[in-house]
Design a protein. Sequence first.
Length: 612
Amino acid sequence: MGNQRLSALFEPGNHSRYSILYGPGLEDVYFSADYQEQNIEQAMLEQLKLHGYQRVVFYSPHRSIYFLDHESQRLSSSRIDHAPASQYNQPSSTRMQVLKDGPLQDLVFYQTGQTARSNLPLTKMGDIHAIRLLDTILKDVSDIKSALVIVQAETALRFIDDPRSAAGIIGEWSRLPAANKNICCFLFSAPDYTRLSEIAVSLPVPEISSAILNRNQSLFGYSTLAMIGPPGEDEILQVIGYSHRLYHYQFNPQAVGQLNQWMASEGISLRQWLLRLAEIHSLDLDTAKSQGWFKAVRKPDTRIEDQLNELVGLDDIKRRFLELVDWIRLRGYMSAQNAKIDEPPLLHLIFSGNPGTGKTTLARLVGELYHEVGILSRGHLVEVKGSDLVAGYVGGTAIKTNNVIDQALDGILFIDEAYVLTEQERGGFGQEAVETLLARMENERRRLVVIAAGYPEKMDHFRRSNPGLARRFPEDNCFSFTDYLPSELWQILSQMLSQRGIPIDVREIDLLQSIIQQIYAQRDESFGNAGEMRNLADSIERRRAVRIIRERLSPVTPMLIDDVPAKYRLGLSDSFEQLPMVMKELDELVGLENVKTYLKQQTHRLQFESLK
Protein backbone atom coordinates (compact mmCIF):
# COMPACT_ATOMS: atom_id res chain seq x y z
CA MET A 1 0.00 0.00 0.00
CA GLY A 2 1.08 3.60 -0.61
CA ASN A 3 -0.24 7.03 0.06
CA GLN A 4 -2.86 7.29 -2.66
CA ARG A 5 -3.15 11.06 -2.27
CA LEU A 6 0.53 11.69 -3.03
CA SER A 7 1.82 8.80 -5.14
CA ALA A 8 0.15 9.86 -8.43
CA LEU A 9 1.90 13.25 -8.30
CA PHE A 10 5.30 11.77 -9.00
CA GLU A 11 4.57 9.07 -11.58
CA PRO A 12 6.97 9.17 -14.57
CA GLY A 13 4.32 10.53 -16.95
CA ASN A 14 3.49 13.45 -14.65
CA HIS A 15 6.84 15.23 -14.65
CA SER A 16 6.57 18.97 -13.99
CA ARG A 17 9.22 21.36 -12.73
CA TYR A 18 6.86 22.80 -10.12
CA SER A 19 4.36 20.82 -8.07
CA ILE A 20 2.04 23.23 -6.26
CA LEU A 21 0.15 21.43 -3.50
CA TYR A 22 -2.61 22.74 -1.22
CA GLY A 23 -5.69 21.51 0.61
CA PRO A 24 -6.70 20.01 3.96
CA GLY A 25 -4.56 16.92 3.35
CA LEU A 26 -1.40 18.90 4.09
CA GLU A 27 -2.44 19.09 7.76
CA ASP A 28 -3.42 15.41 7.96
CA VAL A 29 -1.53 12.36 9.22
CA TYR A 30 -0.32 9.62 6.87
CA PHE A 31 0.91 6.07 7.23
CA SER A 32 4.14 4.74 5.81
CA ALA A 33 4.43 1.43 3.99
CA ASP A 34 5.42 -0.15 7.32
CA TYR A 35 2.47 1.43 9.18
CA GLN A 36 4.23 4.25 10.97
CA GLU A 37 2.34 7.48 11.49
CA GLN A 38 3.75 10.36 9.43
CA ASN A 39 3.22 14.06 8.82
CA ILE A 40 3.11 15.57 5.33
CA GLU A 41 6.88 16.10 5.15
CA GLN A 42 7.68 12.49 6.04
CA ALA A 43 5.00 11.26 3.63
CA MET A 44 6.46 13.43 0.86
CA LEU A 45 9.94 12.05 1.55
CA GLU A 46 8.70 8.46 1.34
CA GLN A 47 6.86 9.02 -1.95
CA LEU A 48 9.72 10.92 -3.56
CA LYS A 49 12.14 8.18 -2.57
CA LEU A 50 9.82 5.52 -3.97
CA HIS A 51 9.75 7.40 -7.27
CA GLY A 52 13.50 7.55 -7.64
CA TYR A 53 14.53 10.84 -6.05
CA GLN A 54 17.73 10.07 -4.16
CA ARG A 55 18.15 13.56 -2.70
CA VAL A 56 15.19 15.30 -1.04
CA VAL A 57 15.92 18.73 0.43
CA PHE A 58 13.44 20.64 2.61
CA TYR A 59 13.18 24.38 3.20
CA SER A 60 10.88 26.28 5.56
CA PRO A 61 10.81 29.91 6.78
CA HIS A 62 11.80 29.04 10.35
CA ARG A 63 14.24 26.16 9.74
CA SER A 64 15.93 27.14 6.49
CA ILE A 65 17.40 24.02 4.77
CA TYR A 66 17.01 20.65 6.50
CA PHE A 67 16.88 16.92 5.73
CA LEU A 68 14.77 14.01 6.93
CA ASP A 69 17.11 11.23 5.78
CA HIS A 70 20.86 10.58 5.85
CA GLU A 71 21.18 9.80 2.14
CA SER A 72 19.89 13.23 1.11
CA GLN A 73 22.20 14.92 3.60
CA ARG A 74 25.19 12.88 2.42
CA LEU A 75 24.52 13.59 -1.26
CA SER A 76 24.39 17.31 -0.45
CA SER A 77 27.53 17.35 1.74
CA SER A 78 29.75 18.63 -1.05
CA ARG A 79 27.46 21.67 -1.42
CA ILE A 80 26.55 22.48 2.16
CA ASP A 81 28.66 23.11 5.24
CA HIS A 82 26.55 21.01 7.61
CA ALA A 83 26.58 20.65 11.35
CA PRO A 84 28.56 17.85 13.13
CA ALA A 85 26.97 14.43 13.09
CA SER A 86 26.63 14.50 16.88
CA GLN A 87 23.98 17.19 16.48
CA TYR A 88 21.72 15.00 14.36
CA ASN A 89 18.59 13.44 15.76
CA GLN A 90 19.38 9.82 15.07
CA PRO A 91 16.60 7.35 14.26
CA SER A 92 15.27 5.58 17.31
CA SER A 93 15.49 1.82 17.45
CA THR A 94 12.30 0.00 16.62
CA ARG A 95 10.87 -3.46 16.94
CA MET A 96 8.83 -4.74 14.05
CA GLN A 97 5.96 -7.21 14.34
CA VAL A 98 4.24 -9.02 11.46
CA LEU A 99 0.62 -10.09 11.88
CA LYS A 100 -0.16 -13.12 9.74
CA ASP A 101 -3.47 -14.25 8.25
CA GLY A 102 -5.51 -11.46 9.86
CA PRO A 103 -8.75 -9.92 8.50
CA LEU A 104 -6.65 -7.38 6.59
CA GLN A 105 -4.11 -9.94 5.33
CA ASP A 106 -0.47 -9.69 6.48
CA LEU A 107 0.24 -6.42 8.28
CA VAL A 108 3.59 -5.04 9.43
CA PHE A 109 3.53 -2.94 12.61
CA TYR A 110 6.07 -1.05 14.67
CA GLN A 111 5.67 -1.15 18.42
CA THR A 112 3.39 1.57 19.73
CA GLY A 113 5.26 4.76 20.63
CA GLN A 114 8.37 3.89 18.59
CA THR A 115 9.35 5.74 15.44
CA ALA A 116 11.94 5.41 12.74
CA ARG A 117 12.19 9.06 11.78
CA SER A 118 15.31 11.11 11.26
CA ASN A 119 15.44 14.87 11.45
CA LEU A 120 18.77 16.24 10.31
CA PRO A 121 19.17 19.99 11.01
CA LEU A 122 21.61 22.39 9.45
CA THR A 123 23.31 25.45 10.84
CA LYS A 124 20.93 28.40 10.36
CA MET A 125 21.75 30.44 7.26
CA GLY A 126 20.34 33.54 5.59
CA ASP A 127 17.38 33.20 3.24
CA ILE A 128 19.12 34.21 0.03
CA HIS A 129 22.11 31.98 0.85
CA ALA A 130 19.71 29.08 1.30
CA ILE A 131 17.88 29.85 -1.97
CA ARG A 132 21.20 29.92 -3.86
CA LEU A 133 22.12 26.54 -2.38
CA LEU A 134 18.74 25.16 -3.46
CA ASP A 135 19.37 26.65 -6.90
CA THR A 136 22.67 24.81 -7.10
CA ILE A 137 21.03 21.51 -6.14
CA LEU A 138 18.14 21.91 -8.60
CA LYS A 139 20.54 22.73 -11.47
CA ASP A 140 22.74 19.75 -10.69
CA VAL A 141 22.53 17.48 -13.76
CA SER A 142 24.65 14.67 -12.36
CA ASP A 143 23.22 11.20 -11.86
CA ILE A 144 21.62 12.33 -8.62
CA LYS A 145 17.88 12.90 -9.03
CA SER A 146 16.80 15.69 -6.65
CA ALA A 147 13.59 17.15 -5.26
CA LEU A 148 13.17 20.36 -3.28
CA VAL A 149 10.20 20.73 -0.90
CA ILE A 150 9.27 24.28 0.16
CA VAL A 151 7.11 24.04 3.31
CA GLN A 152 4.72 26.91 4.20
CA ALA A 153 5.39 28.25 0.73
CA GLU A 154 3.22 31.38 1.05
CA THR A 155 5.31 32.60 4.01
CA ALA A 156 8.61 31.46 2.53
CA LEU A 157 8.01 33.35 -0.74
CA ARG A 158 6.46 36.50 0.72
CA PHE A 159 8.88 37.25 3.54
CA ILE A 160 12.23 36.21 2.12
CA ASP A 161 15.13 38.60 2.83
CA ASP A 162 15.85 39.54 -0.79
CA PRO A 163 12.57 39.03 -2.68
CA ARG A 164 13.91 40.37 -6.01
CA SER A 165 16.83 37.92 -6.15
CA ALA A 166 14.70 35.05 -4.88
CA ALA A 167 11.99 35.74 -7.47
CA GLY A 168 14.58 35.70 -10.24
CA ILE A 169 16.20 32.47 -9.07
CA ILE A 170 12.95 30.55 -8.45
CA GLY A 171 11.35 31.84 -11.65
CA GLU A 172 14.35 30.69 -13.65
CA TRP A 173 13.74 27.11 -12.55
CA SER A 174 10.71 26.93 -14.85
CA ARG A 175 13.01 27.47 -17.84
CA LEU A 176 15.60 24.78 -17.06
CA PRO A 177 16.33 22.27 -19.85
CA ALA A 178 13.92 19.37 -20.23
CA ALA A 179 16.81 16.95 -19.66
CA ASN A 180 17.00 18.20 -16.08
CA LYS A 181 14.62 15.90 -14.14
CA ASN A 182 14.89 17.66 -10.79
CA ILE A 183 11.68 19.14 -9.33
CA CYS A 184 10.48 21.59 -6.69
CA CYS A 185 7.33 21.05 -4.60
CA PHE A 186 5.61 24.05 -2.99
CA LEU A 187 3.34 23.22 -0.04
CA PHE A 188 0.72 25.95 0.55
CA SER A 189 -1.45 26.02 3.67
CA ALA A 190 -4.56 27.14 1.75
CA PRO A 191 -7.51 24.79 2.40
CA ASP A 192 -9.10 25.35 -1.04
CA TYR A 193 -8.47 26.93 -4.43
CA THR A 194 -10.33 30.14 -3.59
CA ARG A 195 -7.95 30.86 -0.72
CA LEU A 196 -4.95 29.76 -2.80
CA SER A 197 -5.88 32.15 -5.62
CA GLU A 198 -6.14 34.99 -3.10
CA ILE A 199 -2.64 34.18 -1.88
CA ALA A 200 -1.30 33.94 -5.43
CA VAL A 201 -2.16 37.55 -6.24
CA SER A 202 0.50 38.86 -3.85
CA LEU A 203 3.23 36.27 -4.46
CA PRO A 204 6.52 37.84 -5.60
CA VAL A 205 7.34 35.03 -8.07
CA PRO A 206 5.32 35.61 -11.29
CA GLU A 207 5.81 32.05 -12.51
CA ILE A 208 4.27 30.55 -9.36
CA SER A 209 1.46 33.14 -9.27
CA SER A 210 0.62 32.50 -12.92
CA ALA A 211 0.65 28.73 -12.49
CA ILE A 212 -1.96 29.07 -9.73
CA LEU A 213 -4.22 31.69 -11.32
CA ASN A 214 -4.23 30.00 -14.74
CA ARG A 215 -4.94 26.48 -13.52
CA ASN A 216 -7.04 25.65 -16.62
CA GLN A 217 -4.12 26.35 -18.95
CA SER A 218 -1.18 24.03 -19.49
CA LEU A 219 1.47 26.77 -19.06
CA PHE A 220 3.80 24.69 -21.23
CA GLY A 221 3.72 21.82 -18.76
CA TYR A 222 6.13 23.33 -16.26
CA SER A 223 3.70 23.12 -13.31
CA THR A 224 1.29 20.71 -11.65
CA LEU A 225 -1.43 22.16 -9.41
CA ALA A 226 -3.02 19.62 -7.08
CA MET A 227 -5.32 19.76 -4.07
CA ILE A 228 -4.45 17.16 -1.43
CA GLY A 229 -7.79 16.20 0.00
CA PRO A 230 -9.13 13.51 2.32
CA PRO A 231 -7.79 9.93 2.34
CA GLY A 232 -8.78 7.29 -0.18
CA GLU A 233 -9.75 3.68 0.40
CA ASP A 234 -6.17 2.41 0.64
CA GLU A 235 -5.37 4.79 3.49
CA ILE A 236 -8.66 4.06 5.25
CA LEU A 237 -7.77 0.37 5.19
CA GLN A 238 -4.43 1.27 6.74
CA VAL A 239 -6.02 3.27 9.54
CA ILE A 240 -8.48 0.43 10.29
CA GLY A 241 -5.60 -2.01 10.64
CA TYR A 242 -3.46 0.43 12.62
CA SER A 243 -6.24 1.40 15.06
CA HIS A 244 -7.31 -2.23 15.46
CA ARG A 245 -3.77 -2.99 16.61
CA LEU A 246 -3.75 -0.01 19.00
CA TYR A 247 -7.22 -0.18 20.54
CA HIS A 248 -8.10 -3.91 20.39
CA TYR A 249 -11.77 -3.38 19.50
CA GLN A 250 -13.89 -6.25 18.21
CA PHE A 251 -13.74 -6.50 14.47
CA ASN A 252 -16.07 -7.80 11.77
CA PRO A 253 -13.92 -8.71 8.72
CA GLN A 254 -17.00 -9.11 6.52
CA ALA A 255 -17.86 -5.44 6.99
CA VAL A 256 -14.46 -4.16 5.82
CA GLY A 257 -15.37 -3.68 2.17
CA GLN A 258 -18.43 -1.50 2.67
CA LEU A 259 -16.99 0.25 5.73
CA ASN A 260 -13.87 1.10 3.80
CA GLN A 261 -15.88 2.57 0.93
CA TRP A 262 -18.26 4.55 3.14
CA MET A 263 -15.51 5.90 5.41
CA ALA A 264 -13.41 7.03 2.46
CA SER A 265 -16.44 8.74 0.94
CA GLU A 266 -17.06 10.89 4.04
CA GLY A 267 -14.17 13.16 3.11
CA ILE A 268 -12.69 13.63 6.59
CA SER A 269 -9.07 13.31 7.66
CA LEU A 270 -7.21 10.25 8.90
CA ARG A 271 -6.59 12.20 12.09
CA GLN A 272 -10.37 12.39 12.69
CA TRP A 273 -10.82 8.70 11.90
CA LEU A 274 -8.14 7.80 14.45
CA LEU A 275 -10.03 9.78 17.11
CA ARG A 276 -13.33 8.11 16.19
CA LEU A 277 -11.89 4.61 16.13
CA ALA A 278 -10.39 5.16 19.58
CA GLU A 279 -13.90 5.55 21.05
CA ILE A 280 -15.55 2.29 19.89
CA HIS A 281 -15.59 -1.24 21.31
CA SER A 282 -16.48 -2.98 18.04
CA LEU A 283 -16.28 -2.08 14.38
CA ASP A 284 -19.18 -2.98 12.11
CA LEU A 285 -21.76 -1.17 9.98
CA ASP A 286 -24.36 -0.87 12.75
CA THR A 287 -21.84 0.62 15.17
CA ALA A 288 -20.58 3.05 12.54
CA LYS A 289 -24.12 4.20 11.75
CA SER A 290 -25.09 4.57 15.41
CA GLN A 291 -21.99 6.69 16.01
CA GLY A 292 -23.20 9.15 13.37
CA TRP A 293 -20.18 8.64 11.13
CA PHE A 294 -22.10 8.93 7.87
CA LYS A 295 -23.82 12.21 7.01
CA ALA A 296 -26.44 10.55 4.83
CA VAL A 297 -27.67 8.28 7.65
CA ARG A 298 -29.87 10.36 9.95
CA LYS A 299 -31.84 7.59 11.70
CA PRO A 300 -29.76 4.40 11.56
CA ASP A 301 -32.47 2.27 13.20
CA THR A 302 -35.30 3.41 10.93
CA ARG A 303 -35.96 2.32 7.35
CA ILE A 304 -36.33 5.02 4.72
CA GLU A 305 -39.96 4.00 4.12
CA ASP A 306 -40.71 4.40 7.84
CA GLN A 307 -39.02 7.80 7.93
CA LEU A 308 -41.19 8.81 5.00
CA ASN A 309 -44.36 7.69 6.76
CA GLU A 310 -43.45 9.85 9.75
CA LEU A 311 -43.94 12.95 7.59
CA VAL A 312 -47.33 14.60 7.94
CA GLY A 313 -49.43 14.77 4.74
CA LEU A 314 -47.66 14.77 1.35
CA ASP A 315 -49.52 11.62 0.30
CA ASP A 316 -48.91 12.09 -3.44
CA ILE A 317 -45.25 12.96 -2.84
CA LYS A 318 -44.80 9.86 -0.68
CA ARG A 319 -46.37 7.64 -3.32
CA ARG A 320 -44.14 8.98 -6.09
CA PHE A 321 -41.06 8.80 -3.89
CA LEU A 322 -41.72 5.14 -3.06
CA GLU A 323 -42.09 4.48 -6.79
CA LEU A 324 -38.68 6.11 -7.26
CA VAL A 325 -37.25 3.88 -4.51
CA ASP A 326 -38.58 0.71 -6.19
CA TRP A 327 -37.30 1.78 -9.62
CA ILE A 328 -33.80 2.57 -8.33
CA ARG A 329 -33.54 -0.68 -6.39
CA LEU A 330 -34.68 -2.77 -9.34
CA ARG A 331 -32.32 -0.94 -11.64
CA GLY A 332 -29.46 -1.57 -9.21
CA TYR A 333 -30.30 -5.26 -9.18
CA MET A 334 -30.42 -5.39 -12.98
CA SER A 335 -27.09 -3.55 -13.24
CA ALA A 336 -25.50 -6.10 -10.93
CA GLN A 337 -26.77 -8.91 -13.17
CA ASN A 338 -25.91 -7.23 -16.46
CA ALA A 339 -22.72 -5.20 -16.73
CA LYS A 340 -24.01 -3.58 -19.95
CA ILE A 341 -26.51 -1.53 -17.89
CA ASP A 342 -23.94 1.04 -16.92
CA GLU A 343 -25.44 4.41 -17.85
CA PRO A 344 -26.40 6.25 -14.64
CA PRO A 345 -30.10 7.18 -14.39
CA LEU A 346 -31.14 10.83 -14.60
CA LEU A 347 -32.00 11.56 -10.98
CA HIS A 348 -31.93 15.37 -10.72
CA LEU A 349 -35.19 16.68 -9.22
CA ILE A 350 -37.30 19.83 -8.99
CA PHE A 351 -39.24 20.44 -5.76
CA SER A 352 -41.81 23.22 -6.17
CA GLY A 353 -43.85 24.52 -3.27
CA ASN A 354 -44.16 27.16 -0.59
CA PRO A 355 -41.73 27.28 2.37
CA GLY A 356 -42.14 24.71 5.13
CA THR A 357 -43.81 22.01 3.02
CA GLY A 358 -41.11 19.37 3.59
CA LYS A 359 -38.84 19.95 0.58
CA THR A 360 -35.54 19.96 2.53
CA THR A 361 -36.60 17.00 4.67
CA LEU A 362 -37.39 14.93 1.59
CA ALA A 363 -34.12 16.02 -0.05
CA ARG A 364 -32.23 14.51 2.89
CA LEU A 365 -34.16 11.25 2.44
CA VAL A 366 -33.26 11.29 -1.26
CA GLY A 367 -29.58 11.54 -0.30
CA GLU A 368 -29.92 8.68 2.17
CA LEU A 369 -31.68 6.51 -0.41
CA TYR A 370 -29.12 7.21 -3.13
CA HIS A 371 -26.36 6.45 -0.63
CA GLU A 372 -27.99 3.20 0.51
CA VAL A 373 -28.37 1.81 -3.03
CA GLY A 374 -24.86 2.86 -4.04
CA ILE A 375 -25.65 5.70 -6.46
CA LEU A 376 -23.93 8.30 -4.24
CA SER A 377 -20.98 7.27 -2.10
CA ARG A 378 -21.71 9.93 0.57
CA GLY A 379 -25.30 11.05 0.09
CA HIS A 380 -24.82 14.17 2.19
CA LEU A 381 -26.82 17.35 1.59
CA VAL A 382 -25.25 20.70 0.71
CA GLU A 383 -27.95 23.37 0.96
CA VAL A 384 -27.58 26.79 -0.69
CA LYS A 385 -29.81 29.51 -2.11
CA GLY A 386 -29.64 30.44 -5.78
CA SER A 387 -28.18 33.83 -4.84
CA ASP A 388 -25.25 32.07 -3.12
CA LEU A 389 -24.00 30.95 -6.54
CA VAL A 390 -23.93 34.43 -8.07
CA ALA A 391 -21.05 36.91 -7.83
CA GLY A 392 -21.07 40.54 -8.88
CA TYR A 393 -18.21 40.40 -11.35
CA VAL A 394 -17.32 38.50 -14.53
CA GLY A 395 -15.82 35.09 -13.78
CA GLY A 396 -16.68 35.19 -10.09
CA THR A 397 -19.95 33.31 -10.47
CA ALA A 398 -18.27 30.30 -12.09
CA ILE A 399 -15.77 30.15 -9.21
CA LYS A 400 -18.50 30.31 -6.54
CA THR A 401 -20.67 27.76 -8.31
CA ASN A 402 -17.79 25.33 -8.83
CA ASN A 403 -16.74 25.63 -5.18
CA VAL A 404 -20.25 24.75 -4.00
CA ILE A 405 -20.47 21.83 -6.43
CA ASP A 406 -17.10 20.53 -5.24
CA GLN A 407 -18.51 20.42 -1.69
CA ALA A 408 -21.59 18.51 -2.90
CA LEU A 409 -19.80 15.86 -4.97
CA ASP A 410 -20.95 12.33 -4.10
CA GLY A 411 -24.04 13.85 -2.48
CA ILE A 412 -27.01 16.15 -3.04
CA LEU A 413 -26.77 19.82 -4.03
CA PHE A 414 -30.03 21.41 -2.84
CA ILE A 415 -30.56 24.85 -4.42
CA ASP A 416 -33.43 26.71 -2.77
CA GLU A 417 -34.91 29.67 -4.64
CA ALA A 418 -33.17 28.34 -7.76
CA TYR A 419 -35.36 30.56 -9.95
CA VAL A 420 -33.20 33.61 -9.14
CA LEU A 421 -30.57 32.18 -11.51
CA THR A 422 -32.82 32.80 -14.51
CA GLU A 423 -34.16 36.22 -13.51
CA GLN A 424 -33.15 38.98 -15.89
CA GLU A 425 -32.31 41.48 -13.15
CA ARG A 426 -29.26 39.38 -12.21
CA GLY A 427 -27.39 41.07 -15.05
CA GLY A 428 -26.45 37.83 -16.78
CA PHE A 429 -24.44 36.48 -13.83
CA GLY A 430 -27.21 34.02 -13.02
CA GLN A 431 -26.92 32.60 -16.53
CA GLU A 432 -23.22 32.03 -15.89
CA ALA A 433 -24.17 29.97 -12.84
CA VAL A 434 -26.70 27.96 -14.89
CA GLU A 435 -24.13 27.20 -17.61
CA THR A 436 -21.56 26.16 -15.01
CA LEU A 437 -24.14 24.01 -13.24
CA LEU A 438 -25.29 22.28 -16.45
CA ALA A 439 -21.71 21.48 -17.43
CA ARG A 440 -20.93 19.96 -14.04
CA MET A 441 -24.23 18.02 -13.97
CA GLU A 442 -23.12 16.38 -17.22
CA ASN A 443 -19.46 15.85 -16.32
CA GLU A 444 -20.17 14.67 -12.77
CA ARG A 445 -23.33 12.68 -13.48
CA ARG A 446 -22.02 9.72 -11.46
CA ARG A 447 -21.12 11.89 -8.48
CA LEU A 448 -23.68 14.69 -8.30
CA VAL A 449 -27.46 14.97 -7.90
CA VAL A 450 -29.04 18.42 -8.01
CA ILE A 451 -32.39 19.26 -6.44
CA ALA A 452 -33.69 22.70 -7.45
CA ALA A 453 -36.47 24.12 -5.26
CA GLY A 454 -38.70 27.20 -5.05
CA TYR A 455 -42.18 28.64 -5.51
CA PRO A 456 -44.33 26.67 -8.02
CA GLU A 457 -44.85 29.27 -10.77
CA LYS A 458 -41.30 30.52 -10.59
CA MET A 459 -39.84 27.02 -10.74
CA ASP A 460 -41.94 26.25 -13.82
CA HIS A 461 -40.44 29.32 -15.50
CA PHE A 462 -36.96 28.27 -14.28
CA ARG A 463 -37.24 24.87 -15.95
CA ARG A 464 -38.58 26.28 -19.24
CA SER A 465 -36.03 29.11 -19.44
CA ASN A 466 -33.23 26.89 -20.73
CA PRO A 467 -33.42 23.73 -22.89
CA GLY A 468 -30.54 22.25 -20.89
CA LEU A 469 -32.52 22.58 -17.66
CA ALA A 470 -35.60 20.93 -19.22
CA ARG A 471 -33.46 17.98 -20.37
CA ARG A 472 -31.78 17.46 -17.02
CA PHE A 473 -34.99 17.93 -15.03
CA PRO A 474 -37.56 15.79 -16.93
CA GLU A 475 -41.26 16.15 -16.14
CA ASP A 476 -41.37 12.90 -14.17
CA ASN A 477 -38.70 14.29 -11.86
CA CYS A 478 -40.74 17.36 -10.87
CA PHE A 479 -42.48 17.11 -7.47
CA SER A 480 -45.16 19.58 -6.37
CA PHE A 481 -45.49 20.23 -2.62
CA THR A 482 -48.89 21.71 -1.71
CA ASP A 483 -49.63 23.73 1.44
CA TYR A 484 -50.60 21.70 4.49
CA LEU A 485 -54.34 21.58 5.28
CA PRO A 486 -55.56 22.90 8.66
CA SER A 487 -55.90 19.35 9.98
CA GLU A 488 -52.30 18.61 8.97
CA LEU A 489 -51.04 21.86 10.50
CA TRP A 490 -52.81 20.90 13.73
CA GLN A 491 -51.10 17.50 13.65
CA ILE A 492 -47.71 19.17 13.13
CA LEU A 493 -48.26 21.63 15.98
CA SER A 494 -49.48 18.96 18.41
CA GLN A 495 -46.44 16.80 17.58
CA MET A 496 -44.10 19.75 18.19
CA LEU A 497 -45.71 20.53 21.55
CA SER A 498 -45.61 16.87 22.54
CA GLN A 499 -41.90 16.61 21.66
CA ARG A 500 -41.27 19.61 23.93
CA GLY A 501 -43.17 18.01 26.80
CA ILE A 502 -46.03 20.54 26.69
CA PRO A 503 -49.43 18.97 27.38
CA ILE A 504 -52.56 20.61 25.92
CA ASP A 505 -55.65 21.18 28.04
CA VAL A 506 -58.32 19.19 26.23
CA ARG A 507 -60.77 22.08 26.80
CA GLU A 508 -58.53 24.31 24.65
CA ILE A 509 -58.15 22.02 21.63
CA ASP A 510 -61.18 23.30 19.70
CA LEU A 511 -60.11 26.93 20.12
CA LEU A 512 -56.52 26.13 19.19
CA GLN A 513 -57.74 24.39 16.04
CA SER A 514 -59.82 27.48 15.22
CA ILE A 515 -56.67 29.59 15.47
CA ILE A 516 -54.92 27.28 13.00
CA GLN A 517 -57.88 27.55 10.62
CA GLN A 518 -57.59 31.32 10.87
CA ILE A 519 -53.86 31.20 10.10
CA TYR A 520 -54.54 28.94 7.11
CA ALA A 521 -57.32 31.16 5.73
CA GLN A 522 -55.13 34.26 5.87
CA ARG A 523 -52.03 32.65 4.32
CA ASP A 524 -50.27 34.19 1.31
CA GLU A 525 -47.37 33.19 -0.98
CA SER A 526 -44.86 33.52 1.85
CA PHE A 527 -46.80 31.27 4.23
CA GLY A 528 -44.33 29.12 6.16
CA ASN A 529 -46.49 26.00 6.72
CA ALA A 530 -44.53 23.81 9.17
CA GLY A 531 -42.25 26.77 9.81
CA GLU A 532 -45.25 28.82 10.90
CA MET A 533 -46.27 26.04 13.30
CA ARG A 534 -42.74 26.00 14.70
CA ASN A 535 -42.94 29.74 15.35
CA LEU A 536 -46.31 29.27 17.07
CA ALA A 537 -44.92 26.42 19.20
CA ASP A 538 -41.94 28.61 20.21
CA SER A 539 -44.28 31.43 21.25
CA ILE A 540 -46.53 29.09 23.25
CA GLU A 541 -43.54 27.51 24.97
CA ARG A 542 -42.09 30.90 26.02
CA ARG A 543 -45.40 32.34 27.31
CA ARG A 544 -46.29 29.13 29.15
CA ALA A 545 -42.84 29.07 30.78
CA VAL A 546 -43.31 32.62 32.04
CA ARG A 547 -46.74 31.71 33.49
CA ILE A 548 -45.35 28.61 35.22
CA ILE A 549 -42.45 30.52 36.81
CA ARG A 550 -44.52 33.52 37.94
CA GLU A 551 -47.39 31.46 39.32
CA ARG A 552 -45.10 28.72 40.71
CA LEU A 553 -46.94 25.98 38.87
CA SER A 554 -45.91 22.41 38.08
CA PRO A 555 -43.61 22.00 35.05
CA VAL A 556 -46.21 19.65 33.54
CA THR A 557 -48.98 22.24 33.69
CA PRO A 558 -50.98 22.08 30.42
CA MET A 559 -50.92 25.00 28.04
CA LEU A 560 -53.90 27.36 27.96
CA ILE A 561 -55.28 29.45 25.12
CA ASP A 562 -53.86 32.50 26.94
CA ASP A 563 -50.38 31.13 26.16
CA VAL A 564 -51.05 31.79 22.48
CA PRO A 565 -49.80 35.29 21.47
CA ALA A 566 -52.53 37.92 21.05
CA LYS A 567 -51.79 38.36 17.33
CA TYR A 568 -53.03 34.81 16.71
CA ARG A 569 -56.20 35.35 18.79
CA LEU A 570 -57.36 38.66 17.31
CA GLY A 571 -59.64 37.01 14.76
CA LEU A 572 -61.58 35.04 17.33
CA SER A 573 -64.97 36.58 18.24
CA ASP A 574 -66.16 36.94 21.83
CA SER A 575 -68.78 34.29 21.22
CA PHE A 576 -66.17 31.85 20.02
CA GLU A 577 -64.06 32.56 23.08
CA GLN A 578 -66.97 31.25 25.17
CA LEU A 579 -67.10 28.00 23.17
CA PRO A 580 -64.92 25.94 25.52
CA MET A 581 -67.34 26.60 28.39
CA VAL A 582 -70.39 25.81 26.25
CA MET A 583 -68.81 22.66 24.87
CA LYS A 584 -67.86 21.57 28.38
CA GLU A 585 -71.50 21.83 29.44
CA LEU A 586 -72.55 19.90 26.34
CA ASP A 587 -70.07 17.10 27.07
CA GLU A 588 -71.42 16.77 30.62
CA LEU A 589 -74.88 15.80 29.29
CA VAL A 590 -75.52 12.08 29.43
CA GLY A 591 -75.98 10.37 26.07
CA LEU A 592 -77.01 12.34 22.97
CA GLU A 593 -73.74 11.39 21.21
CA ASN A 594 -75.14 11.97 17.70
CA VAL A 595 -76.42 15.41 18.72
CA LYS A 596 -73.07 16.32 20.28
CA THR A 597 -71.18 15.27 17.16
CA TYR A 598 -73.53 17.23 14.90
CA LEU A 599 -73.28 20.41 16.99
CA LYS A 600 -69.49 20.24 17.09
CA GLN A 601 -69.28 19.81 13.31
CA GLN A 602 -71.60 22.79 12.74
CA THR A 603 -69.61 24.90 15.20
CA HIS A 604 -66.35 24.16 13.40
CA ARG A 605 -67.95 24.97 10.05
CA LEU A 606 -69.25 28.33 11.35
CA GLN A 607 -65.85 29.15 12.84
CA PHE A 608 -64.14 28.46 9.55
CA GLU A 609 -66.66 30.46 7.55
CA SER A 610 -66.32 33.43 9.88
CA LEU A 611 -62.61 33.59 8.98
CA LYS A 612 -63.21 33.95 5.23
